[in-house]
Write a protein that binds this ligand. Structure first.
Ligand code: GUN
Length: 275
């Protein structure tokens, strides 16, 4: 029988711990304030932004909300970020992605002060992660590590295979597993004999953005499978990059979609905000 890793429960546990920590900080006169910037009104982004604001309220973090029109120029956005960088009362800045096409995303992410970069996307924080220095870590991969640790999955010495090499998930995921003393392989769209590689994995993290791509033929018997994907299937039902029904019976533990990795991203954002 396989264990279903409950991301909803674990994320709640983390938010409750952070709420207590925040109360202790406030008792010492300390505050935290997250500035959330959304450009345009992409419905999915609006849902994420709202959930982030609600989580802030739950944990006891102040939040400032900037809903800017789609036509906002790069210069205007840069000016706002500069202002927030200099504002002592603001401890974290988050620019919701994706940005409209006329704005250079990289330029915007570079403008956020690394010590307020709670998303962990700034090259300074990415670099710090890769050389083992403290800094903000990208929320989704940080959440995967918490899911593993809090489910009693040992990482040290294990064969860890990361499927996907994005800057936001795949690459930081590999660095974090390495930091936990895993033996790490990163696979991607050009990897040859993919099944041969994924079937070596004790821990398989899938972040390729292809609905139900991973079935039992990619999974070693008894592996732990973490599914970072989120999609709608042909019946408009949420599903991941992993075909849960087919893969689960061959796993020792697996994350569901929804209710696996998803809720962890916001919990780790809150963790980055509280510090
Ligand atoms: N869009 C999708 N995921 C994320 C995220 O983690 N952070 C930000 N800023 N935008 C996103």
């Amino acid at each position: 029988m396989y264990q279903v890793i409950d991301g909803k429960r674990i994320s709640q546990e983390i938010k409750d711990e952070l709420k207590e920590k925040m109360a202790r900080l406030k008792a010492r006169g300390e505050n935290r304030c997250l500035a959330v910037i959304q450009v345009g009104a992409d419905p999915a982004s609006s849902v994420y932004v709202n959930n982030k604001k609600k989580a802030c309220e739950y944990v006891g973090i102040e939040s400032l909300s900037y809903g800017l029109p789609e036509e906002t120029t790069e210069e205007e956005l840069l000016k706002l970020i500069e202002e927030l960088n200099g504002k002592g009362s603001v401890s974290g800045i988050l620019v919701q992605l994706p940005l409209p096409g006329h704005i250079n995303e990289e330029k915007i992410l570079l403008a956020i002060s690394p010590d307020k970069d709670v998303d962990g996307f700034h090259p300074v924080n990415v670099g710090n992660l890769s050389i083992g220095r403290p800094g903000f870590v990208s929320c989704t991969p940080a959440g995967v590590i918490q899911l593993l640790k809090r489910s009693g999955v040992e990482i040290q010495g294990k064969e860890c295979v990361v499927l996907g090499r994005s800057n936001i998930v795949g690459k930081p995921m590999a660095m974090l597993l390495l930091r936990e003393n895993g033996t790490v392989t990163v696979c991607h769209s050009r990897t040859e004999n993919l099944r041969e590689v994924t079937r070596r994995a004790d821990i398989l993290v899938v972040a390729i953005g292809k609905p139900k791509f991973i079935d039992e033929s990619y999974v070693k018997e008894g592996a732990v499978v973490i599914d970072v994907g989120i999609h709608r299937d042909e019946n408009n039902k949420l599903c991941g990059d992993v075909d849960f029904e087919k893969a689960a019976p061959h796993c020792s533990a697996i994350t569901p979609v929804p209710g696996g990795v998803g809720p962890m991203t916001i919990a780790m954002l809150m963790s980055n905000c509280v510090g």
